[in-house]
Design a protein around this ligand. Structure first.
Ligand SMILES: [Zn+2]
Ligand SMILES: [Zn+2]
Length: 112
């Protein structure tokens, strides 16, 4: 087990945002399960979210470029954190907005 741990530590991980190698500890971002009764029936597999963890350089820019690539919107009242809550948005095509869920007022989703 010790050897396995060492090997894992030495494997270069790549940033999900800019695809460059991450030196040191990656910034891991997890998406919580979608628990929303508002999710419309009929969403197909493409609407499902990969909860992660997704790993990035310690830079919100990398996370945002990943979000943009995936078509997620970002709530500008929150910040990019290790745990993000996906909120299903009634858009066509359906999209998810990501928010840290800390603020108490309404979300304001904008393109990441
Ligand atoms: Zn990066
Ligand atoms: Zn929000």
């Amino acid at each position: 087990m010790t050897i396995r741990t060492i090997v894992l530590d030495n494997v270069a991980s790549r940033c999900d945002g800019c695809r460059e190698i991450i030196n040191g500890t990656p910034w891991r971002v997890n998406l919580l399960d979608v628990v929303s009764p508002e999710v419309a029936v009929g969403w197909d597999e493409t609407a499902l979210i990969n909860p992660g963890p997704h790993q990035f350089h310690g830079d919100p820019t990398c996370v945002r470029s990943w979000m943009a690539e995936k078509g997620y919107l970002l709530c500008r009242r929150g910040e990019v954190r290790e745990i993000m809550r996906p909120i299903a948005l009634p858009l066509d095509p359906p999209a998810f907005g990501l928010c840290d869920g800390i603020h108490r007022d309404d979300h304001e989703f904008v393109p990441a």
